[in-house]
Design a protein around this ligand. Structure first.
Ligand code: GLU
Length: 314
C-alpha cells in the first residue's frame, strides 16, 4: 500500500459506503439505526455497502458477537457487498502507516498514565482531558512500556458534514497530541479507521454523531498520510426516553430478529422517513425497497437526538 503521493490516485467514482461494528456484543437499536441509514444512503446512490468488523480492541471483543451481528443484519435485509473485512487482517498496513508518520518525525513515545498526569504539577494543563504534551520533547528510547502519539499543530481543520454542516475545530487546542498505538500495542481506533477505510476504498461514511469528534483527528491523519478524505454524514444518536445514549455499555437490549419488519418500520419512522402506514405489515425487503426510493436524510438536519420512547413496544 502506498501512502505518499497517491492523493486521489485510486479515488473511485462509485459511491462506496460501509458499516463497521465492533464485536463487543450483539447489535442494539442505536447501531441498527446507523447501519440502516448507512445502507439506505449507499443504495440510494447505487453504491456499494461494505461490512467491516472492527475487532482490534481484543480485550473488549466478545466471542461470536461478529456472527450474531451478521445474522441480525441479514434478518433485517441489510445485505452487504463482497466479503466481510476484519481489522485484524490489516496489521501490516497499520505498521506501514506508522512508519510513514515516523519518517515524517510526527510520532513520539509517551509513557504517561492517567495517574502520572494527575500527579504531575502541570501549570499549563489543558482543559477537557487534552494531553499536555509532557513526553513530546523527551526521548524515551529505552522505554518498553509506551504509547505512540502524533504531534498536532494549532491548525483549524474543517470539513462539511452532510447533516451537521461545516465543522471547524482547532487540532492542538481542542484535540491535542493523540494516541495512535496504545501501550498494550493495540492500534488506536483513529489510525485504524483511516487505514481500513482507505484499504476498502470507502468514500462515504455514514455513522453516529458520537463519532463526530473523532473526524477532525481522522482528517488530520488523511493529511499526514496524503490520503483523500471521504464524505461524512453523522446521524443523530438514538437515545432513551431520558435523552441518554443507547449503547452496549448501558446494556441496551439487543435487537431481536423476531418481528424484524415491525422493528424496521419503527426505525424508518425514527429516521423521519415517514413510511406509509400500509407498509407496516410488509416484509423487510419491501420496506427497504420503498425506503431506498424515498431516502431523504436531510430531514434529520435539524434533529439533535432521536428519542425512542416506546422501546419495549417495538
Ligand atoms: N467500530 C466503531 C463503533 O462500533 C465505528 C467505527 C466508524 O464507524 O468509524 O463504534
Amino acid at each position: 500500500m502506498k501512502f505518499a503521493n497517491d492523493k486521489w490516485a485510486n479515488f473511485p467514482l462509485r459511491y462506496i459506503g460501509r458499516f463497521a461494528p465492533s464485536p463487543t456484543g450483539p447489535l442494539h437499536m442505536g447501531s441498527l439505526l446507523t447501519a440502516l441509514a448507512s445502507f439506505l444512503d449507499a443504495r440510494a446512490h447505487q453504491g456499494l455497502w461494505l461490512l467491516r468488523i472492527d475487532d482490534l480492541d481484543t480485550p473488549r471483543n466478545i466471542q461470536q458477537a461478529d456472527n450474531a451481528i451478521l445474522k441480525t443484519l441479514e434478518a433485517f435485509g441489510l445485505h452487504w457487498d463482497g466479503q466481510v473485512a476484519y481489522q485484524s487482517q490489516h496489521h501490516e498496513a497499520y505498521q506501514q502507516a506508522l512508519q510513514v508518520l515516523n519518517d515524517k518525525n510526527l510520532l513520539y513515545r509517551c509513557i504517561c498514565s492517567r495517574k502520572s498526569l494527575a500527579e504531575e504539577d502541570l501549570p499549563n494543563t489543558l482543559p477537557g482531558g487534552i494531553y499536555p504534551n509532557v513526553c513530546r520533547q523527551k526521548n524515551h528510547l529505552s522505554a518498553s512500556d509506551y504509547a505512540l502519539r502524533i504531534k498536532t499543530e494549532p491548525l483549524n481543520i474543517h470539513f462539511i458534514d452532510h447533516l451537521q454542516g461545516m465543522i471547524t475545530e482547532n487540532l492542538a487546542t481542542q484535540h491535542g497530541d493523540f494516541i495512535l498505538q496504545r501501550k498494550d500495542r493495540i492500534i488506536a481506533y483513529q489510525l485504524a479507521v483511516v487505514i481500513d477505510d482507505h484499504l476498502q476504498q470507502v468514500n462515504h461514511i455514514v455513522r453516529g454523531a458520537d463519532l463526530l469528534d473523532s473526524t477532525i483527528k481522522q482528517h488530520y491523519l488523511h493529511q499526514c498520510l496524503s490520503l483523500p478524505s471521504p464524505q461524512y454524514m453523522h446521524v443523530p444518536l438514538l437515545t432513551g426516553a431520558q435523552g441518554t445514549k443507547l449503547s452496549k455499555r448501558d446494556f441496551a437490549p439487543a435487537v431481536t430478529q423476531h418481528n424484524s419488519h415491525q422493528t424496521l418500520f419503527k426505525l424508518l419512522e425514527l429516521l423521519q422517513q415517514n413510511p406509509p402506514a400500509d407498509l407496516k405489515a410488509s416484509p423487510v425487503a419491501t420496506q427497504l425497497h420503498w425506503a431506498i426510493e424515498h431516502w431523504h436524510p436531510e430531514v434529520l438536519r435539524t434533529v439533535r437526538r432521536i428519542a425512542i420512547t416506546e422501546y419495549h413496544a417495538i
